[in-house]
Design a binder for this molecule. Structure first.
Ligand code: DCP
Ligand code: CA
Ligand code: CA
Length: 383
């Protein structure tokens, strides 16, 4: 039974010639900021976390490619980035995770429609198994990726880079090799020679310590590692790690693209036709957003426990408020009623007009007939 289950779950592994894509959004937080304010596009843009002690304390989250020309880097102290950009018309902005999550969710939803399975690995990255969609062809995969890029540009206005390879390991490194707006295809027969010249620490799991040890053994590139006696690798790093290093260096990676559980929240955001403090006017917009959310809830057969609103005021500050329900619900009316309450209270607390509004539901549970679950369990375990 165990074996059957295992084979079934890893269904696409032993299918030869998987076609796996890694999508990574370009300079993501900064590109989101450009999206809502296109005037930023020709300036250096730095998005950072302000720790609040002084105006300058904090670190760079990311920057656009113009700022990168001045050697601004993620993780760098903000004061240093400011110094590097002195004399330019650089714009520094605080992170707005809620906004980036919204954009990310919209893109992920589009990507989902193009793949048999999608594995989101971070806010701006996902693996897609598209083997079936392109009938295993890497030529078709290139056009297919271009089509997805066009659609996301059209629908959302965000560019990304894509790596296509026979597995996750190769597609990730392919993607990193050409950014921004890259599209890199590495066919199975090219995978080994593509990896060979790269420094060995480009492999996931080879950090500073490991690469120093490898260096002392004369292993500098992935190719060196591929040619290294596997028995010696096993003796040094043990079976699991040794086999992993050997396989990875030889471009072998059988990890499936694993669909995660349900999304943790569903949200929509929109800009009001005019800035306002009028509750009825705002609710017109949030009702539209709620109807859209409700469609997705119904599609996925989800109930929710939390309702939240998100507000961008005319000074561009953003706020959110949320409420936890006593019981789970699944109907649009419950969302609308709570959104109305949250906004009523919120508007009485702020003197400023509202510019953008969002609605989010979370705390999901799924209702599924017990019998169906059992049947699919047996179906899965029978083989
Ligand atoms: N991030 C962060 N702090 C870091 C690194 C990243 O807050 N030290 C955030 C901001 C990035 C996002 O994660 O926009 C995605 O990280 P990436 O490493 O993918 O970098 P970018 O998307 O910014 O740039 P690239 O175009 O190189 O992918
Ligand atoms: Ca990125
Ligand atoms: Ca990334």
């Amino acid at each position: 039974m165990g074996l059957g289950l295992c084979l079934r779950i890893r269904g696409s592994d032993w299918m030869q010639n998987r076609v796996v894509m890694l999508v990574d959004f370009d300079y993501f937080y900064a590109q989101c900021e450009e999206l809502r304010n296109p005037a930023l596009k020709d300036k250096p843009v730095v998005v950072g976390v302000y720790s609040g002690r002084t105006e300058e304390s904090g670190a760079v989250s990311t920057s656009n490619y113009i700022a990168r020309k001045y050697s601004v880097k993620s993780g760098m102290p903000l004061f240093l980035a400011k110094r590097k950009l002195e004399g330019t018309d650089a714009v520094f902005l605080p992170v707005d995770h809620e906004y980036y999550d919204q954009i990310s969710n919209r893109i992920m939803q589009i990507l989902q429609g193009y793949a048999s399975s999608l594995e989101q690995v971070s806010v701006d990255e996902a693996y897609l198994d598209v083997t079936e969609q392109v009938q295993g062809s890497f030529e078709k995969a290139k056009d297919y990726a271009q089509k997805i890029k066009n659609e996301v540009t059209e629908q959302v206005g965000i560019s990304f880079s894509v790596g296509i390879g026979p597995n996750k390991l190769v597609s990730k490194i392919a993607c990193d090799s050409q950014k921004p707006n890259g599209l890199t295809v590495v066919k199975p027969e090219e995978a080994k020679s593509f990896l060979a010249p790269l420094p060995v620490d480009r492999l996931l799991g080879v950090g500073k310590k490991t690469s120093a040890r490898m260096d002392s053994l004369g292993i500098k590139t992935v190719g060196d590692l591929a040619n290294y006696d596997v028995q010696k690798l096993l003796a040094i790093w043990g079976k699991i790690l040794g086999v992993y290093f050997h396989n990875a260096a030889n471009a072998v990676d059988n990890e499936p693209v694993q669909e995660q559980g349900e999304a943790e929240s569903i949200s929509r955001i929109g800009t009001l036709k005019q800035d306002t403090k009028d509750l009825a006017f705002i609710l017109q917009k949030t009702d539209e957003l709620t109807d859209d959310i409700s469609k997705e809830l119904a599609d996925k057969n989800l109930s929710f426990k939390q309702v939240a609103i998100y507000v961008v005021l005319i000074d561009l500050s953003s706020k959110s408020r949320s409420i936890t329900l006593e019981q789970t619900a699944k109907d649009p009316e419950t969302i609308k009623k709570n959104v109305k309450e949250l906004f009523g209270k919120f508007l009485s607390e702020t003197p400023l007009e509202v510019r953008r509004v969002g609605v989010k539901v979370s705390g999901f549970s799924r209702e599924e007939p017990r019998q169906k679950q059992l049947t699919s369990f047996f179906q899965t375990t029978k083989e």
